[in-house]
Design a protein around this ligand. Structure first.
Ligand SMILES: [Zn+2]
Length: 304
């Protein structure tokens, strides 16, 4: 059951020849979710052979162009490619008007239903949930309203110990109860204890996406113990004043957030174009959080 993120872009502000602006695809049990959609995202989806028509939800963090300028092109391509399945976009409220306006002036009637859900930057909330996952908004501090997202699997059912069930002839009717952690008694009064026939549910996995933000410790309780944390690291710490004035973080600060939140693994990205070699940012973050990785295009990261 996959739970992995593919990096499509991790440049900040302007694209460079080798780096695209922010976009990622999260695959949770073969459901695809797009997070941010900078310019050129659709080309990156083709390049990395992502089955993009299977993306049903798009989460946009804020309305700086490097996080959503690719959205209209992508929505249009899915239409031209014959998409009929509904698609939902989550993001700051003005984004809906931007999308509708562009569709209106180009007289485009999408073939698929497009739904928009405004995400508040004033209070954190559950913005989406189904039987498998839950997505919460994370309040970040940036020059304009900005929310990150926390993707979390819901706890699954207990796992059956199949050989024991066969050996003891546990009736099929007992299995749903056992999986839900309840003992089962059949009509002859035979008792089947769930602890004997099941194991703990598989661990729920989680991913927090935090871009863009100034160093902001208020997010730590919400992302505590997250398996995989993406935190922006636009600059190195030697130019902290530059990071502060633009409401961005340094690589060292990204490492500090990961360490204080007890994250399993840290991915850093949103690199300033001034860094030709982003390994300086990697090394800096690793001084406080060794399990740090660069969110480079085409790389895939899982929770393991
Ligand atoms: Zn920004």
């Amino acid at each position: 059951m996959p739970f992995e993120v593919t990096i499509l872009g991790s440049s900040s502000a302007t694209p460079t020849v080798h780096r695209h602006p922010s976009a990622q695809v999260l695959n949770i049990n073969d459901k695809l979710i797009l997070i941010d959609c900078g310019e050129g995202t659709q080309v990156q989806l083709f390049r990395y052979k992502i089955r993009y028509q299977r993306i049903n939800r798009i989460f946009i963090t804020h309305l700086h162009g490097d996080h959503f300028f690719g959205l209209m092109g992508f929505l249009s391509t899915m239409h031209l490619q014959g998409r009929v399945n509904p698609l939902t976009v989550y993001g700051p409220e003005p984004l809906e008007e931007i999308i509708r306006m562009q569709l209106k002036v180009s007289e485009t009637q999408l073939r698929y239903p497009l739904e928009f859900k405004a995400v508040s930057s004033q209070e954190s909330s559950i913005v989406y949930e189904d039987h498998e996952i839950q997505v919460e908004s994370i309040l970040l501090r940036h020059r304009i309203p900005c929310t990150g997202y926390l993707f979390r699997e819901k706890p699954g059912l207990r796992r059956l110990i199949k050989h024991k069930i066969t050996e003891d002839g546990v009736p099929v009717a007992a299995l749903p109860s056992l999986k839900h952690g309840r003992d089962y008694e059949d009509e002859k009064g035979r008792l089947f204890r769930y602890l004997e026939y099941t194991l703990e549910p598989r661990r729920s996995r989680s991913y927090a996406y935090c871009s863009d933000t100034i160093y902001h410790e208020a997010i730590i309780p919400q992302i505590a113990n997250v398996d995989l944390l993406y935190h922006e690291a636009t600059f190195a710490h030697d130019i902290l004043p530059r990071a502060e004035e633009t409401f961005h973080s340094t690589a060292l600060q990204a490492g500090m957030i990961a360490q204080k939140a007890n994250a399993g693994k840290l991915l850093i990205g949103h690199f300033s174009a001034r860094y030709k070699d982003v390994n300086v940012l990697l090394k800096e973050a690793q001084t406080v959080f060794p399990n740090t990785h660069l969110a480079l295009e085409g790389e895939r990261f899982s929770t393991d």
